[in-house]
Design a protein around this ligand. Structure first.
Ligand code: NAP
Length: 348
């Protein structure tokens, strides 16, 4: 009996189970089954790097218990055919080994061969995934070691894992590579840049990248004692503010004091919790810019909130992808011993 061939489709539309006709990211359910189509890539998955906002939510819903986190993730992936958290809407990324390259996969533009170890740079929210088991939950670094397979579409992007950086460090950086790349585009010389959630992965990369422009003043806002201590050791952070980013008025007052009433030209939101929109909007100067990289951002809260306080600020959505973002982000660790050390300490 002949097995029916899976049709090729660079966007993976043929993998959508329901609702029919939508893109894989919008889909409720994907079909992660084998064999792959001729333009797909098959990956034996080793680890999932769960998006910080998503891991935080799953961990809270599971009472911080690793066994319940494990069950939650297994059930979620079995139900949806992908790791797509319905509460936060976010996913994360994975690392694994390529086991099969479909004959029509565009290897000229995206060189890859069986045996390569790669990190996917498209979100898990659109990546067909089937898990056989979870081997270990690393709650401190939002990482889960697994056994299973994933499928990358012809349109998907990935990075080969670098040999000069520890794998977990490279993964932590690649997960948020869009943030420093966008920072490079958005920040101009001599500006004041506030990074809300500055002590985390993307926060550190954004602060470092912003400080590279001449005359830039960097201000980090974070909450926990550990984050504040971590930030205090870094030469590229000019000022550190300990505050709860959910308290818009308190953050605004502290930024007012730190900037002598000038407020920030650019505010970057990389907090991993909801309801931090207003502290960012209120920290920006008139006609300033707020860049929402955080997945916990609510469009409604940001748009209506800015209107409600009469803030004429430019609100930008944080695109996770910018051309060359993976190399740009990894290069920051190569050029800064300080960044490399802090990432190695925190994410190895
Ligand atoms: P992270 O390493 O967990 O950093 C988040 C930071 O926010 C931490 O330093 C955390 O401090 C801080 N924070 C938490 N609650 C706070 C509060 N109430 N007030 C002030 N600071 C607070 O996260 P990440 O990996 O950098 O990711 C940051 C955000 O970017 C997440 O929302 C993630 O979902 C999102 N993201 C977006 C994209 C995209 O494409 N746009 C891609 C990847 C990730 P503690 O550690 O002390 O709690």
């Amino acid at each position: 009996m002949m097995t029916q061939k899976r049709p090729a489709d660079p966007l993976g539309l043929q993998r959508v189970v329901k609702p029919q006709g939508v893109l894989p990211q919008q889909a409720e359910t994907l079909d992660p089954s084998l064999p792959i189509a001729e333009d797909e890539l098959l990956i034996e998955v080793e680890s999932l790097n769960i998006d910080s906002a998503s891991f935080h939510q799953i961990s809270e819903a599971s009472g911080g218990d690793p066994a319940r986190i494990e069950k939650h993730i297994l059930e979620l992936v079995a139900r949806r055919g992908k790791h797509h958290n319905p509460v936060t809407g976010s996913g994360g990324m994975l690392i694994g080994r390529v086991v099969e390259v479909g004959p029509a996969f565009p290897v000229e533009q995206k060189p890859v061969k069986a045996g390569d170890r790669i990190a996917t740079l498209v979100s898990l929210t659109l990546t067909p995934l089937q898990l056989r088991r979870i081997k270990k939950v690393h709650a401190k670094i939002d990482r889960v070691d697994v056994e299973g397979h994933a499928v990358l579409f012809a349109s998907g992007i990935f990075a080969r894992l670098p040999e000069d950086l520890p794998e977990t460090v490279a993964l932590a950086v690649l997960d948020v590579a869009g943030a420093p790349a966008q920072t490079r585009k958005l920040v101009q010389p001599h500006q004041t840049v506030v990074v809300v959630g500055g002590g985390g992965k993307s926060g550190l990369l954004c602060l470092y990248e912003a400080k590279k422009k001449p005359g830039v003043k960097t201000i980090a806002v974070d909450y926990s004692r550990e984050a504040i201590e971590r930030l205090g050791r870094l030469s590229f952070v000019d000022e550190i503010i300990q505050a709860d980013a959910r308290n818009g008025v308190q953050v605004m007052e502290k930024i007012w004091n730190a900037t002598k009433g000038q407020m920030a030209d650019v505010v970057i939101n990389v907090a991993n919790i909801p309801e931090t929109e207003m502290s960012c909007i209120l920290s920006a100067r008139n006609r300033g810019l707020v860049y929402f990289f955080s997945m916990a951002t609510s469009f409604t809260r940001a748009a209506l909130g800015a209107e409600g306080v009469g803030a004429d600020v430019d609100l930008r959505i944080g695109n996770g992808y910018t051309e060359g973002h993976a190399d740009l982000a990894l290069d920051l660790l190569r050029e800064s011993p300080e960044l490399r050390q802090i990432f190695t300490e925190s994410y190895s």
